[in-house]
Design a protein around this ligand. Structure first.
Ligand code: PAF
Length: 296
């Protein structure tokens, strides 16, 4: 497996792969890789024959007071995982290589980035879109794979790719979950054992909503209120639990009925961990199998 530190090394490796007739696959990550990331690499390998993984904790997507400094950095382990997963190479640049002195350009995101996490993390999606645009520019034509746990991020990236005519096919991969249904996340490492056990309320809240939807419930409030109530019993605070349009992310009115597909998305804090999760009602399976009626 190759290892690239410089942006041009990634660019040239992808160019060489294309010249050799290979299709380039890109898996952008911030490292601290877990089984969810390995599933993204596996999917990229199904769709491409030269897979580059990027490991970069991107400072521009963190706000003041967020976890940039303590975000887990495990490069040696990440390299071993990528090699085992069959990546062709890993790009792990220094911050100064991605944001050299004098750089100032940012991708301005729009309505897709405004609700949900956009309200609570101002500037976050501008930082995500900027770094992903840089990575797409370096990798060139490729297929890029992202996880659906970061559903809004995926839609913002899809929007940007379409709006800027970037020659990249964006693929969203099903969320990989722990046996109890908690979505895998590098930030789960922040949870104490008690918080980790309480975090099971997140997939259970989503599961309750999936089951209510499957029984025919379409009133937004009737889907949201039980989820909020369950989460309130464990969360230090709730940023949001909302229903939104799965494509535009426009928030659904709580007094209206939803259609045959709707995004139920949430962000909650347990101690110092801010966890996000979602399901698309009418599309995704419940995160917890056989959990109907479980006590909170
Ligand atoms: O999802 C992530 O890990 C990051 O937001 C991404 C897409 C790699 C951009 O830094």
């Amino acid at each position: 497996m190759e290892f690239w530190r410089q942006p041009n090394e990634l660019r040239h490796a992808c160019e060489r792969a294309r010249e050799a007739g290979r299709r380039v696959g890109l898996v952008p990550t911030m490292g601290a890789l877990h089984a969810g990331h390995l599933a993204l690499i596996a999917e990229a390998k199904r769709r491409a024959d030269f897979v580059a993984v990027t490991v970069f904790v991107n400072p521009t997507q963190f706000g003041a007071g967020e976890d940039l400094a303590r975000y887990p950095r495990t490069l040696d382990r990440d390299l071993a995982g990528c090699a085992e997963a069959g990546a062709a190479g890993v790009f792990a640049p220094e911050v100064a290589a991605m944001y050299p002195p004098g750089e100032e350009t940012r991708v301005r995101v729009g309505a897709t980035a405004a609700p949900l996490c956009g309200v609570h993390r101002p500037g976050h999606f501008e930082g995500v879109a900027t770094v992903v645009a840089k990575l797409f520019a370096l990798a060139g034509p490729c297929v890029a794979v992202f996880g659906r746990k970061d559903y809004q991020q995926l839609q913002v990236i899809r929007r940007m790719t379409a709006d800027l005519f970037l020659p990249v096919e964006v693929v969203g991969m099903k969320t990989v979950r722990e046996p109890d249904g908690l979505a895998m996340s590098s930030r789960n490492a922040y949870l104490s054992p008690e918080q980790r056990s309480a975090a099971r309320a997140i997939p259970l809240a989503l599961t309750d909503a999936c089951r209510a939807f499957a029984r025919g419930e379409r009133r937004a409030k009737a889907l949201l209120e039980p989820a909020r109530a369950r989460l309130a019993t464990v969360a230090s605070s709730i940023d949001y639990v909302d229903l939104a349009d799965p494509e535009t992310l426009a928030i659904q009115s709580e007094d209206a009925a939803i259609g045959e597909r709707a995004l139920l998305a949430l962000a909650v804090r347990l101690g110092t961990a801010r966890l996000i999760d979602n399901v698309v009602l009418g599309e995704d399976a419940p995160p917890v199998a056989g959990a109907a009626g479980e006590a909170g």
